[in-house]
Structures are given as structure tokens and as C-alpha cells.
Design a protein around this ligand. Sequence first.
Ligand code: SPD
Length: 382
Amino acid sequence: MTLRLAPLACALLLAACGGSKQPDAAATATPAGAEEKVLNVYNWSDYVADDTVKNFETASGLKVNYDVYDANETLESKLTAGASGYDVVFPSARPFAQRQVKSGLYAPLDKSKLPNWKHLDPQVLQNLASIDPGNAHLVPYMWGTTGLGLNVDKIKQALGENAPLDSWSLLFDPANAAKLAKCGITVLDDDQETFGAALIWLGRDPNAGAADELDAVRKVYAAIRPFVRTFNNAEYKDAFANGDACLVMGYSGDIAQASTTAFDAAKQAGKPAPNLRFVIPKEGAIRWVDVIAIPKDSKHPGNAHAFIDYLLDPKVAAAISNHVAYASANQDATALVDPAVAQDPGVYPPAEVRAKLVDPASLPEDVQRQRVRAWTRIKSGQ
Ligand code: SPD
């Protein structure tokens, strides 16, 4: 494997790497004979187990060039520019993969090359079929939520014992944010998530696209902007794990991974574990689904199918879930996931929490464009 960017956990603590369960090394991988023995993969950072790609290379005889990104927009700009060189990519379903399918950016899947397709959750497939008729292009991968990572002790130190640990008001109430600024607040740079969170906190429908939502959201962030240290989708994980940030808006599994890294580091140093926690706020949160797809101009579509089918092997999928702490769309993998992960309400939320999760809808293009523009201004404090 050629890894152009190292995953967070490895960067922080070598001991955390290799902590995942070994998938079956003999898991199926059948590359197409006619193609050169290469596969170019572009995935979110920290979204496979440490040994997933290496095991696939061993099983398939292919060389994998593995690049990572941290925002759907980064992937989308490469795909729309054309000739990205990638064979397998992992966009979020709505609105990204949805509009990319519409724009004809993906090759149709050859299901005869995906014998492990049968393991996918039919409900997730049915849901995806509404944006990809016949499930022709998109393979569901993982799903997760966007919530808050808390360094509970530091937050209680700043706000007292009655700190609202289960609420977006930790972040969006400026009185709380002002007191937490010193121990470090970070917010995602992902307008779908930041708009969604603010609208949910305001008690509004994040999918309404109402004319006055821009102003409402702008006000929420203007009030806390002076107290936010950074807006990013990746570096916050290190900051949270190191103790440089006590309150982070982030993706569920990434916060769990950063917490594990911090616990392992403390253990190795013989120090008490920090009190880190991922919370889906009581007001609700956005739930997103990421998918796998093959760009239309992939030069190695046979190898791409072999890799996708490998990822669909329940043992491989379970090993990835164990490592990344995201819920797999592979229903046969769920039984194989470590109980500690399968029973973690941050990964598999209980029914009463799921009832408060909102799936992002694809908003009209003009609303989407306005949100992107408004978010740029919000970040820069305008
Ligand atoms: N490290 C993996 C993060 C995956 C996040 N994907 C979802 C983004 C939703 N806007």
C-alpha cells in the first residue's frame, strides 16, 4: 500500500495501530485479469482499519495507492474536474453522491462481480434507491452522526457540576462558549453539519431550507464565533485527544477514535484516563450515510469491484467498524462487531435517540449555494 497521509491514531500513538481485529486474510478478492495490478482509492481519513488495505493487497496481489480527504467538497472538485485517476471513492450520500449520480460521474456497478452484495442491509439499500434508482451506482458503507466530543472534567471545571453535558447549548449558548473558550472549542468545517446542528438547536427543521434560515444560523454562529478556536474536519481529532480542545463538534466515530487514542496514551504513560465522551445532544442530530462508488473514468473498474467486494465481506466490514467506530451498512457484519462497539450508544444509538436523528435531504441548488456562501462568511466572522 502507498499511504500518502497517515491516519490520526497512528500519528499520535503507534501502539493504537494494529488494535483492530484481524479480518480473514483469505477473504475473497478477485481482480480482473486484464487490468494492470493497481488500484487508486480516495477515502475519508481514518475510515478503514490499519490492516484493511494491506490485507486486500495480500489477498488480491494488487498495489493500492490510498489517498485521503476530509471534506466532500474536496472529493467533488476532483471528480468534476475529471481525470481524477481514482478507481474507488467514498462520498456522503446526500446531497453529494445524489447529485454526482445525476451528473453521470459514476460507472454503473456490475453486481455479478459483487457476490458479497447480499450482506447489505435491505433497508439502507431501499433508502439509497431513492437517490440512485435500482442501487445502480452506490454501495452503502458506513453511517454515523454529528454530535459533540466532551472533555467532561475540563467542561465541569469551567461550567460547574450542572453543565448541560447532553445539550447543544454547551456550544451554542454564548455564555457557555465564553467560559469554554480557554479550554478550547472547535467546530466542523462542513456546512451541512453546522447548519443542521444550529437549526436543530433552534428547534427548526434542518431540511426546510426556509428563506430566513441563513439569518437565524448566522446569528447563532456570530454569537459564539469569538470563542471558537478552529473550524476543521480532521485536526480537531488530535486536539481533542491531546487535551488541546475540551469541546468539539465532530463525527461520531472520529471522536470515539480520538478518545481511544487518548485512553491508550494515558495508559502507556501510567496516567489516569481523561474523561472523554461523545454525545448525541438531546435536541437531536444529523445522521449521514457514506457510500462507495466507482468514478466513470476509472481505469481499473475490475480491480475497483474486487476491492468493494472485499469491503463487503462481513468479517472485513466488522473489523473496520471495530476500528473506526462507525456503524456498518453490512447487516451480516453487525453480529461480528465487538460487543464494546456494538453496544456503544454513540455508534448504534438506541431507538429513542434514533427517533431524534435527522437524515439530510437534498436541498434545492440555490439554497445549497446560499448555505455554502453564508458558511464562508460565518467562518471568517463577517
Ligand atoms: N473519518 C471519517 C469521517 C466520515 C464523515 N463522513 C460524513 C460527513 C457528513 N457531512
